[in-house]
Structures are given as structure tokens and as C-alpha cells.
Design a protein around this ligand. Structure first.
Ligand code: ADP
Ligand code: MG
Length: 247
């Protein structure tokens, strides 16, 4: 998959804290993702994985701590500008049902990047081709499978040429037979040099694609390391218990 790897950046999360009222959801999260590397974040429901991703692209502001791209804090930057650098894909694809697939992908290019129509269309068609959906440009999202819709959502995020991609359980809402195609696109992106943070329950994907696997529990990264270390020689008893339940 053709990613402009010269624009890839490293990502650092440093001692990030966040509370919703009395609920301390992030309690000092640290995560380092090298330029072009993929980190998979695993952990039980409610451990703060989605909240962590949302603080990275500043849908939520942390109470304390820092988020770094290429070693530089992004917390003082304009959140909208940052969100162009950090793309995000959610469990629910949130495509506009009344617009064609092509229009869904060009929309942000037109509105946010202010690109002229022909340039936006050219970029969108190229991204749709990368996710294997060149033939669906004129279809409405409702005529696509869930897996195809999620690939449109990925194309939409990639069209803005992000330097980091965040995936929050991107395959959790899909029928099992559609999961593979989406994971395949994500694996292509990873091997193409995109810097990625992938929250997932797909342990096979984490084992095969991740450079780092981080296990979150109750608002902290309890253990992080190479996939082989995490899956074969987990140290923390909570990680061992989690793996015994999901593997
Ligand atoms: P995970 O993605 O690991 O399942 P989340 O980050 O979604 O975990 O949630 C962690 C905790 O934060 C949960 O207790 C959840 O109820 C709480 N939480 C998440 N978002 C909000 C919010 N916007 N307001 C209040 N509490 C929230
Ligand atoms: Mg979540």
C-alpha cells in the first residue's frame, strides 16, 4: 500500500491522566510507538482503551501528561489541525447514508482541506483503490457490506494523509466473515509504514502485525513488549488471566 512514509512520525504518550468526575479512567498511561511502527492495545472492557485513543487525537483533553508527535507536544496545537495529522477509525463507520461512497471520501478533502473538486476526487479514487473498492465509488454505503463500509471509512481517514492512524475496535461490529478483509487492509497499512495504534480483540492480528503490544488494565499500561513476549511469556498475573480468557 503506498503510504508516504517520509511523513510518518513517532508517537509518545507520557503519563497521561484523565478522570470523568470521580472515575479515574487514565491513571498515568505511557506508550511509545516508533515511526512507522504499529502498537496494538489489548485489555478488558472499561480499562480505558477508547479514552486513550480519544486523548491522542484530542477528542478529549487529558488532565495531566503529554502527547508527542516526533518528540513534540501536540497539546498546545489547534485540535482541528491535529486531527488532520491523526486519523481515526471507529467501530461504527458513521458514513453518510445519503451520499455516494466517493462523496463520503471527498467530503473532508473539500471542507477541511479546501481542495478543488477534481483534486479531491482523484485522491478519493486512489484511496478507494488502495482499500479494494475502486468499483464501489458510486454506490451508496447501504448497498455495501459492513466490511466494505469500514474500508470506506479507512479510505476516508487516509485521504487526509494522516501521519498516525488510530483504530478503535474497527472490526468488532462486523460479521466474522468480513473481519479478514478489513484486517488485511490494516496489515497492508502497517507494512506500508504507517504509524498506528490499534485497539483490538483480534489477538491473531496483534501477534502477527504489531511491533508492540500494550496491555491496559484499569487506566494504565500494565505490560508492554514485543508480541512474542506478551503472548508467550506474559509476566503480570492480570495479563496472564486476560490471555487465558481470550486465547
Ligand atoms: P474501553 O475502551 O477499554 O472499554 P473506555 O475508555 O471506553 O474503555 O472507558 C473507560 C471508562 O471510562 C469506563 O468506566 C467508562 O464508563 C468511562 N467513560 C468513557 N467515556 C466517558 C465519558 N465521555 N463520560 C464519562 N465516563 C466515560
Ligand atoms: Mg473501547
Amino acid at each position: 500500500m503506498s503510504i508516504d512514509t517520509t511523513t510518518s512520525v513517532s508517537l509518545g504518550v507520557r503519563d497521561v491522566h484523565l478522570a470523568f468526575g470521580a472515575n479515574r479512567v487514565l491513571r498515568g498511561v505511557d506508550l511509545t510507538v516508533a515511526r512507522g511502527a504499529t502498537a496494538c492495545v489489548i485489555g478488558p472492557s472499561g480499562s480505558g482503551k477508547s479514552t486513550l485513543l480519544r486523548t491522542i487525537n484530542r477528542l478529549i483533553e487529558p488532565d495531566r501528561g503529554d502527547v508527542l508527535l516526533d518528540g513534540r507536544s501536540v497539546l498546545a496545537d489547534d485540535p482541528d489541525a491535529l486531527r488532520q495529522r491523526v486519523g481515526m477509525v471507529f467501530q461504527q463507520f458513521n458514513l453518510f447514508p445519503h451520499m455516494s461512497v466517493l462523496r463520503n471520501v471527498t467530503l473532508a478533502l473539500r471542507r477541511i482541506k479546501k481542495l478543488p473538486e477534481d483534486e479531491a476526487v482523484a485522491i478519493a479514487r486512489a484511496q478507494l483503490e488502495l482499500v479494494g473498492l475502486a468499483g464501489k465509488a458510486d454506490a451508496r454505503p447501504g448497498h455495501l457490506s459492513g466490511g466494505q463500509q469500514q474500508r470506506v471509512a479507512i479510505a476516508r481517514a487516509l485521504a487526509l494523509q494522516p501521519q498516525v492512524m488510530l483504530f478503535d475496535e474497527a472490526t468488532s461490529a462486523l460479521d466474522p466473515e468480513l473481519v479478514k478483509g478489513v484486517l488485511g487492509v490494516m496489515a497492508d497499512l502497517a507494512s506500508g509504514g504507517m504509524t498506528m495504534v490499534v485497539v483490538t480483540h483480534e489477538m491473531g492480528f496483534a501477534r502477527q502485525v504489531a511491533d508492540t503490544v500494550a496491555f491496559m488494565d484499569r487506566g494504565v499500561v500494565l505490560e508492554a513488549g514485543e508480541p512474542a513476549a506478551i503472548f508467550e511469556t506474559p509476566e503480570h498475573p492480570r495479563l496472564r488471566r486476560f490471555l487465558s480468557q481470550v486465547l
